[in-house]
Design a protein around this ligand. Structure first.
Ligand SMILES: NC(=O)C1=CN([C@@H]2O[C@H](COP(=O)(O)OP(=O)(O)OC[C@H]3O[C@@H](n4cnc5c(N)ncnc54)[C@H](O)[C@@H]3O)[C@@H](O)[C@H]2O)C=CC1
Ligand SMILES: O=C([O-])CC(=O)C(=O)O
Length: 354
């Protein structure tokens, strides 16, 4: 009875993850009846696993039947999180690692490394205000990734994403391990928000909504493409403007509502779990897995840019173009470029000067 209930929860959580893709990729696990035992072995490591995002993300990754080993690392607190999550009767073996001396062990053999380590915003701060602390954290964690699991896919959540992804690329380049197909800035939360807000305004079933979000992950660099949203709703211009602004300010909305107690953690854990699941499906050879992500790109003249990305056995299989844009979106694209360019350059410079 308990086993049957548990299988149905897993099946449902797996389809929920699948249905959230930017395009509707099919669930290999569910459709082909893959049992968790026959899915390939995959190790996922979470760096910052004891934090506000890290804990619920650890829970969601423990529920993912594609994971066979789950390594939870933080500077402190991870033995408790690992003991707790480890009692859940799903496929993966869980291990907790605390302190720098255990970082190598946490990373060794990882297929996917998810990084939600670092400080979150308080009201009145921009994501760039986190740069001074988080840049150093990301740099040291990426140095360890280059050493212990240079072939892993890296899912960067730590802010400011527009700078931390370039930081990671530069650390990997210096270590001689950079592979642009394996580095991802996680912008899935922008897509999750755009879908939720659009569904509410257009009065359509949220489970059927798709909205690409391109650009970067801060303020006006977040550019939702509501002209490409499906199902089509023909919303008036003022609604599109309001939806765009709300998506761009979604993080700030949560920071203000939490009033000093941090930023989005639960919705981010959900978004992070969706994106990691897509990476695992890609690695396992599931076709047509497409998600938006901030990656090395030639879609615009900027070296990194978020757009739809097809995921495959080596990470990025194809960076997809922007598709047709409305005049409003074209303006938004031009307006975001200077800020995104300077955030990227700030990240690159940090590694080269320090
Ligand atoms: N990409 C996105 O869409 C989003 C990104 N974020 C970002 O995610 C980051 C984490 O946010 P929260 O979990 O709310 O913060 P938090 O403060 O609750 O947790 C951060 C965790 O990182 C750990 N940490 C600090 N230095 C570390 C190191 N060197 N190695 C390993 N772990 C370390 C801390 O001990 C803590 O447990 C922030 O930078 C935040 O801005 C938050 C929401 C959305
Ligand atoms: O707003 C923040 O600081 C956290 C974040 O990136 C988001 O919620 O999108």
């Amino acid at each position: 009875m308990r086993t049957a209930l548990f299988r149905s929860v897993l099946k449902r959580s797996s389809s929920a993850l699948t249905n959230n893709s930017t395009t509707s990729s099919s669930s290999y696990v569910v459709r082909r009846g893959f049992s968790s035992e026959s899915a390939p072995e995959r190790k996922v490591t979470i760096l910052g696993a004891a934090g506000g995002i890290g804990q619920p993300l650890s829970l969601l990754m423990k529920l993912n039947p594609l994971v066979s080993k789950l390594a939870l690392y933080d500077i402190a607190g991870t033995p408790g999180v690992a003991a707790d999550v480890g009692h859940i009767n799903t496929r993966s073996e869980v291990a907790g690692f605390a302190g720098e001396e255990q970082l190598g062990q946490a990373l060794e053999g990882a297929d996917v490394v998810i990084i939600p380590a670092g400080v979150p915003r308080k009201p009145g701060m921009t994501r760039d205000d986190l740069f001074n602390i988080n840049a150093g954290i990301v740099k040291s964690l990426c140095t360890a990734i280059a050493k212990y699991c240079p072939h892993a896919l890296v899912n960067m959540i730590s802010n400011p994403v527009n700078s931390t992804v370039p930081i990671a690329s530069e650390v990997f380049k210096k270590a001689g391990t950079y592979d642009e197909k394996k580095l991802f800035g996680v912008t899935t939360l922008d897509v999750v928000r755009a879908k939720t807000f659009y569904a509410g305004k257009a009065k359509v079933n949220v489970a059927e909504v798709n909205v690409p979000v391109v650009g970067g992950h801060a303020g006006i660099t977040i550019l939702p493409l509501f002209s490409q949203a499906t199902p089509k709703a023909n919303l008036p211009d003022e609604d599109i403007k309001a939806l765009t602004k709300r998506t761009q300010d979604g993080g700030t909305e949560v920071v203000e509502a939490k009033a000093g107690k941090g930023s989005a953690t639960l919705s981010m854990a959900y978004a992070g779990a969706i994106f990691a699941d897509a990476c695992l499906k890609g690695l396992n050879g599931v076709p047509d897995v497409v998600e938006c992500s901030f990656v090395q790109s030639s879609v615009t003249d900027l070296p990194f840019f978020a757009s739809k990305v097809r995921l495959g056995k080596n990470g990025v299989e194809e960076v997809l173009g922007l598709g047709p844009l409305s005049d409003y979106e074209k303006e938004g694209l031009e307006a975001l470029k200077p800020e995104l360019k300077s955030s990227i350059e700030k990240g690159l410079k940090f590694v080269n000067q320090s």
